[in-house]
Ligand binder design. Structure first.
Ligand SMILES: CCCCCC/C=C/C(=O)SCCNC(=O)CCNC(=O)[C@H](O)C(C)(C)COP(=O)(O)OP(=O)(O)OC[C@H]1O[C@@H](n2cnc3c(N)ncnc32)[C@H](O)[C@@H]1OP(=O)(O)O
Length: 393
């Protein structure tokens, strides 16, 4: 079975130097070996490692691996791999060399090491607090802050703004920065004719043989962290849906405070077609929002909605003609950005706090179900069909 899966998933896998020793997997939430709340810095460091622009080299990756294992599992207690198992033996040696270093010290050392690496390979999408018309970000994610509005724009129009793993990480950082900057409201939008075509299905192709489960686990943790950021985002968060939206870009809308859509936009969650299941807390929010019958039509049967239908179901706040969409929406947003920021935050908080715990639990459950789905034949075949251009939605 494992071999068969490896064959499926490895179509485009190329063993790059970065992949020879994979970065420590983010096993915090999944394995439950570490308490989330106590380890924020550590978790952030684990996320930042994935964002390093430059390959830090195998020696550094071994150090990171060893500290990660020590911090999460304690001293090395697994059998030494055989001499011919070179990579695993090198990893084992690095971990074992840490002896009885306490978990807390390993955690701190890990955070320090990542900080030193990050300063020379700074993350791209952070907006400095107080920046006016500051523009940063990678090519695929453009973050600007102007007139009290931080705008996070998906910028991969040739790929319909499909979200790569790098973009998930950048959006997390952009949201964290926006939650602390001096803007009043935050906007997510897309560049080009699409708002977003959802998860980039090639996110699943760089899995190395023998490491499928680890890779799937790390994608699951990334997804969970990503959705957590939307649940916890403290300021008004507005989606400016400039065109069709697919998959996760639709489900997440339930966590926004306002959703403005062009009449060209459509809303499509083809999870069953893809052998997958709902995420973004939609399994909980959609039935509450539009009633179970309508929610199931979208989430189980993949019915694509027009903007008008999505508005009637409560998923969209207001629909605008495409010809005046940008002007009308941005005029509205500029006015909202001048409202007293603290009052808006407090109002959001009081509404969100009623549900926050539940939303985090739903997120965790959805991700855990998805993790199994990603290893299913149904999902593997659907993704392979898309990537080999045999299928489209
Ligand atoms: C850490 C995260 C974990 C995952 C979380 C779970 C998330 C789930 C989802 O989001 S499920 C939804 C996934 N999305 C899709 O299945 C959409 C797939 N795309 C399509 O069906 C079509 O491309 C389309 C209907 C969106 C647009 O069709 P069309 O107008 O005919 O354009 P093209 O198909 O020619 O697309 C142009 C170009 O973009 C590439 N592309 C589009 N969407 C994706 C995508 N989601 N992933 C990867 N690539 C995508 C498409 O292949 C074309 O590329 P090319 O020009 O051929 O190189």
């Amino acid at each position: 079975m494992a071999l068969r899966l490896a064959k499926h998933w490895c179509l485009s896998a190329i063993r790059s130097p970065l992949q020879v020793i994979s970065f420590p997997a983010l096993q915090l939430h999944v394995s439950g070996t570490a308490m989330r709340a106590d380890q924020k810095d550590f978790e952030n460091a684990v996320t930042r490692v994935k964002l390093l622009k430059k390959d830090p080299g195998n020696e550094m990756k071994l150090k990171l691996y060893a500290l990660y294992k020590q911090a999460t599992e304690g001293p090395c207690n697994v059998p030494k791999p055989g001499v011919f198992n070179l990579i695993n033996k090198a990893k084992w040696d690095a971990w074992n060399a840490l002896g009885s270093l306490p978990k807390e010290t390993a955690r701190q050392n890990y955070v320090d090491l990542v900080s030193s690496l990050s300063s020379s390979s700074a993350s791209s999408s952070q907006v400095k607090p107080g920046a006016d018309k500051e523009q940063q970000g990678s090519e695929n994610l453009v973050v600007t802050s102007e007139n009290g509005i931080t705008k996070i724009m998906l910028n991969r129009p040739t790929k319909k703004n499909a979200i790569t793993t790098q973009m998930y990480q950048e959006i997390i950082l952009a949201l964290k920065a926006a939650s602390k900057d001096d803007s009043t409201i935050t906007v997510l939008t897309g560049n080009g004719d699409y708002y977003c075509s959802g998860n980039d299905l090639s996110n699943f192709t760089d899995v190395l043989s023998g490491e499928i489960e680890e890779k799937v686990k790390s994608i699951a943790i990334l997804l969970r962290d990503f959705v957590d950021c939307f649940i916890d985002f403290p300021k008004p968060l507005i989606a400016v849906v400039n065109g069709p939206a697919v998959g996760i870009s639709v489900t997440l809308l339930g966590l926004f405070d306002a959703v403005y859509a062009s009449d060209r936009a459509t809303f499509h969650t083809p999870f069953s077609h893809l052998g997958q299941s709902p995420e973004g807390c939609s399994s909980y929010i959609f039935p509450k929002m539009m009633g179970p019958a309508k929610a199931k039509e979208m989430l189980i049967f993949g019915k694509k909605l027009t903007a008008g239908e999505a508005c009637a179901r409560g998923l969209v706040t207001e629909v605008f003609p495409d010809s005046t969409f940008q002007t009308e929406v941005w005029t509205r947003l500029k006015a909202y950005s001048k409202l007293p920021p603290n009052a808006m935050r407090v109002s959001k908080q009081i509404i969100r706090n009623m549900e926050k715990e539940k939303l985090h639990a739903v997120n965790a459950e959805e991700v855990s179900v998805l993790q199994e789905r990603w290893l299913s034949d149904e999902c593997i075949n659907a993704v392979m069909n898309f990537l080999s251009k045999r299928a489209k939605l």
